[in-house]
Design a protein around this ligand. Structure first.
Ligand SMILES: O=C(CO)[C@H](O)[C@H](O)COP(=O)(O)O
Ligand SMILES: [Fe+2]
Length: 216
């Protein structure tokens, strides 16, 4: 039986009133906080950095799922651990020595995830999938919230689910970008365990209720 987990992305939260949105997530059915770190180099946008992760960690009562959209993520493993990250996602496309980076994340005491851009095939994970705690499939090109969902994500999830079973891996499948109640059921059905959602939650009239809807 698959998990059905939701990780609201703070990228679409109200940064002038972040504590209110953190409190809402604490009280909701959400499972994790999703934090998007963008460096303006790996992706064409800059979001927020380590002091914000530390601040969220002071109030958050659920694990912090940190999505690093940065070059050379291996330089910051211990820094994000100290800031409060529970799960650290690095991009496949940003890691020259992915095996080493995954081991360093786990040795630092965090769960390790690998994120795939929409153009990156899941079979590139064949020789590392058994080590991973999670694979994050991007269903938009990373860098911005509020983009349209890319439809071939379903077949990527199915291919990844087959690879995970073939290799007897424990990795969870997370999906990020353009997630809403229009596609959540189909994503879970295709094999996703965790759905990230930003703009759909925070632009809705009742974000707490929207989180509950996404878990159904
Ligand atoms: O990693 C991300 C963007 O690169 C965000 O997590 C993602 O886009 C969530 O936002 P939305 O649900 O609005 O698409
Ligand atoms: Fe993300």
């Amino acid at each position: 039986m698959m998990n059905k987990m939701v990780a609201p992305s703070l990228l679409s939260a109200d940064f002038a009133n972040l504590s209110k949105d953190i409190e809402m997530i604490n009280e909701s059915d959400a499972d994790w906080f999703h934090l998007d770190i963008m460096d303006g180099v790996f992706v064409p946008n800059i979001s927020f950095g380590i002091p914000v992760v530390e601040a969220v960690n002071k109030l958050a009562k659920k694990p912090l799922d940190v999505h690093l959209m940065i070059i050379q993520p291996e330089k910051y493993i211990n820094t994000f651990k100290a800031a409060g990250a529970d799960l650290l996602n690095v991009h496949y496309e940003a890691c020259t020595h992915l095996h080493r980076t995954i081991e360093e994340i786990q040795n630092a005491g965090m769960k390790a995830g690998v994120t795939l851009n929409p153009h990156t095939p899941v079979n590139l994970l064949e020789d590392i999938i058994d080590l991973l705690d999670l694979v994050l499939i991007m269903s938009v090109n990373p860098g911005f919230g509020g983009q349209s969902f890319i439809e071939n994500t379903y077949s990527k999830i199915e291919k990844l689910r087959n690879l995970i079973e073939k290799k007897n891996s424990k990795a969870l499948i997370e999906v990020d970008g353009g997630v809403s109640t229009a596609n959540s059921a189909q994503l879970y059905q295709a094999g996703a365990d965790v759905l990230v959602s930003g703009s759909f939650i925070f632009k809705s009239d009742n974000p707490k209720n929207t989180i509950a809807q996404l878990k159904k």
